[in-house]
Design a protein around this ligand. Sequence first.
Ligand code: URA
Length: 430
Amino acid sequence: MRAIDLIEKVRDKKELTEEEIKYFINGYTNDEIEDYQVSAFLMAVYFNGLSDEETCYLTDAMLNSGDIIDLKEIEGIKVDKHSTGGVGDKTSLVLGPLVAACGLNLAKLSGRGLGHTGGTLDKLESIPGVTINLNEERFLNQVNEIGMAIAGQTKNLVPADKKLYALRDVTGTVKSYPLIASSIMSKKLAGGADLIAIDCKYGSGAFMKTIEEAEALSRLMIKIGKKYHKKVFSFITDMKSPLGKAIGNKLEVLEAINCLQNKGPKDLETLCVELCSYMLYKSKTINNLNEAREFTYSKLRDGSAYKKFIEFIKAQGAISLDFNNFIQVKEIIPLFPRISGYIEEIDALTLGKVSMLIGAGRATKEDSIDPEVGILLNKQIGEYIKIDEPILYIYKNDKWDNDIPDILLNAIKISKTEVKEKKLIEKVIE
Ligand code: URA
């Protein structure tokens, strides 16, 4: 078998066999196939796609390129959740404790932020003392003891994805259904959970710009999951505007804590409650979705989920549980709207890019981040803002550009007539 023949097959829209895909992925993982050949392969896939069957073979080859976590030692139902990435997405920090408080086990491997999107690991590490480097034994013990753990991917978990993703990032081949679906699902399957919830975002701040694109990606991921006899469901959710009001690592941790203390923004609370309720329902822990919802709300309202959060960060090394004076920035700049009115649009992509510019995110994987900085919105879509009220606050240290205030104000559309709240959850695909 030769790599060139396989590249030509994809270029000419001919189907690859399972053996051919295995050969290609193993060859690349073991440094036997060169980056330039894999780049050509990825571009051919980007333009011509792969069949669903080929995508399943690709996922399987990636999944088997490294370790697979065995969660057998964990008693009860093991669940996992994956977001396709967005701006202000601190869902895992709220959902994890909520799920654990409801009696399920969240065994989650997370990633770091890249570009305008944030990552759970960066948010967790902004809490002094918290580590995301848990070895397998500590990870499994923690899930068994408190019902949740969130860790970074170990080096040998889906190594094929690590190499492929880095190459896709620099060859313009990220946005491809088979490549995204195989990348996400190989990691989720390697994580070993019984039930996988996907939060598939659409809108300016997401990979998928439309509901239809998010739905197509979701269906592909569900199909892959079914091959492995896993229960997978996908929420199609809005990422035209940020989730919640906070963007930036420590700001998002505080917002997650507020949410767990029943003081959080409604969109974040709703998303977490709905995801948890669906997990309870789909895992047959509770056979009625409304009852699952009621149960989930009761665990949020009575403080059980917040208690779990405290147990969780303590278990992962938090040295202080005092979040007063948690954020230390040189300056907090209030930004005022140009007119009074109802907020119609807050462009997630622009806010994510500005947050990255002031240090909250990284442009390349090697960049360091500043956990203190970010943007805190004062209002969300549908709310009325007066001209003399700050529309948002910029938490900044040294990284700055004088155009930022104008860029942000241009990203927020204000209407003179009433505007409806955004519809956060478009649909659920199973
Ligand atoms: N997230 C992933 O893990 N992989 C992709 O390809 C895109 C988003």
